[in-house]
Design a protein around this ligand. Structure first.
Ligand SMILES: Nc1ncnc2c1ncn2[C@@H]1O[C@H](COP(=O)(O)OP(=O)(O)OP(=O)(O)O)[C@@H](O)[C@H]1O
Length: 301
């Protein structure tokens, strides 16, 4: 489990991370979203023990991280610019990891290198950005970590490799309760992958949600009335995120239990009620719109 309490980090006169408290449960995937400069990389480096926070507390599996080699044995951090020794091939890097990480799994390394058709003798710094990322993943997964901290991990990967990487990670989450925190500036990237998402803005956590809860507790309704209720009556006792009337049709996005929402709407004698699925993007547009945050910051076509 990852736990942080009021973590703060300043670079001279710039407040990069401010009072950030967050928890990632064992065996779950937390997506840390935010636009450029929001503080994602700084926060992840604090989690990985690369930076020391100015204030606050960071523990992983109940142990502190900074300058504690024992804790780091079971944590794997892949930065947004994976680092390799300048002349090294994947095979050389594997040799280094083998010597450092006690849980190094040689069989897994060989299987993954073969699966991704990596030339294990080619110098890594001469490989493309995507190939370098694949190499970092192969090394990272072969370490058999308890916790993975990944900074923009899917950047530069083609859609097929990206999905394969996600599947491999999700398999480890299911099989051995791997815990993950992953940063991204793309909401769509996180939708099919994370259990929780948090939005970081100017170093602080603006919004944090359990995605399963979001999907079951927010509803989109399209309601046709013979006689529409008076303006405002329908949503008077509802937690409505969006309300729009077009003729005799009411469009509504509302929070609450499905049965309670439907029974409330039925009191107004609708002719037809359609409950439609809501995308994560729609939920964010309405929730974050209310907080004055520009959702376009988090969506990349
Ligand atoms: N080593 C550093 N020294 C000084 N300022 C820094 C340093 N690292 C980051 N910053 C500043 O801290 C702020 C947060 O940067 P950070 O890299 O954490 O953001 P980010 O959310 O990861 O952005 P991106 O999506 O662009 O990678 C930025 O204003 C950045 O310029």
């Amino acid at each position: 489990m990852i736990h942080t309490e009021a973590v703060t980090k300043r670079f001279e006169d710039l407040q990069a991370v401010q009072d950030l408290s967050l928890q990632v449960r064992k065996g779950s995937i937390y997506g840390l979203l935010g636009s450029n400069g929001a503080g994602k990389s700084t926060f992840l480096k604090i989690l990985a023990g690369v930076y020391k926070p100015d204030k606050g507390e960071v523990t992983i599996n109940n142990k502190p991280v900074y300058e504690i080699p024992d804790t780091k044995q079971t944590i794997l951090f892949i930065s947004d610019h994976p680092y390799f020794f300048s002349q090294a091939s994947l095979s050389d890097m594997a040799g280094f990891y083998r010597g450092v990480y006690e849980r190094w799994n040689e069989k897994r390394y060989e299987q993954l290198a073969k699966h991704f058709r990596m030339d294990t003798n080619k110098r890594l710094t001469r490989m493309s950005k995507g190939m370098q990322r694949q190499a970092a993943f192969i090394l990272g997964l072969s370490v058999m970590p308890d916790v993975m901290i990944l900074d923009e991990p899917f950047d530069g990967l083609d859609p097929v490799i990206r999905q394969q990487m996600k599947n491999l990670i999700m398999q480890d989450v299911a099989d051995r309760e791997l815990t993950l925190i992953v940063s991204s500036h793309n909401l769509r990237e996180m939708e099919d992958f994370c259990d929780y998402v948090g939005v970081l803005h100017e170093g602080s956590l603006l919004f944090e949600r359990d995605l399963d809860e979001l999907r079951t507790d927010v509803h989109k309704l399209q309601i046709a009335f013979k006689e529409p209720p008076e303006e405002g009556q329908l949503i008077k006792d509802m937690d409505a995120l969006h309300y729009e009337v077009k003729g005799s049709i009411v469009f509504l996005i509302v929070k609450g239990q499905k049965d309670e929402v439907l029974s409330h709407v039925n009191r107004f004698n609708p002719a037809v009620v359609d409950m439609l699925p809501l995308t994560l993007e729609e939920i964010f547009i309405y929730e974050l719109g209310g907080a004055g945050y520009e959702i376009n910051n988090l969506i990349v076509e």
